[in-house]
Design a protein around this ligand. Structure first.
Ligand SMILES: [Zn+2]
Length: 120
């Protein structure tokens, strides 16, 4: 996949497709998780620590998600750069990336969030 293709996916509103690609699922994502020892880097305060200086992790938190530090929407050219990727646990990922998502859930309970179920 070339960079322009990432941009094209995003412009088409099909960002989810990027995460379904073998390149992400089988290469990038496992590589980053392995690099970060499968530990949430935010819980470990190796990332984003300036916002949460006084909280210490009680225990190591297993990372389940690989997060784009610079969002793909704004920086599609960095979508596959390892320095732009960080392993996070689900909770941290929701906090970091899902604030709007949470608001959405709180304020529009009746509406289901749009999930791209399209198979390809
Ligand atoms: Zn975490």
């Amino acid at each position: 996949m070339k960079r322009s293709n990432v941009r094209e996916l995003i412009e088409a509103g099909e960002k989810n497709k990027f995460y379904k690609r073998a390149e992400w699922q089988k290469e990038l994502r496992p590589m980053i998780l392995k690099r970060d020892h499968y530990e949430c880097q935010r819980c470990l305060h190796r990332w984003d620590s300036d916002k949460y200086p006084n909280t210490r992790p009680k225990k190591l938190t297993r990372a389940k998600t690989v997060h784009h530090i610079l969002p793909m929407e704004q920086y599609p050219e960095y979508a596959k750069e390892t320095w732009n990727l960080v392993s996070l646990c689900n909770r941290c990922h929701n906090e970091v990336e899902g604030r709007d998502w949470f608001k959405f859930r709180v304020f529009t309970k009746k509406e289901k969030p749009q999930i791209n179920e399209e198979k390809w």
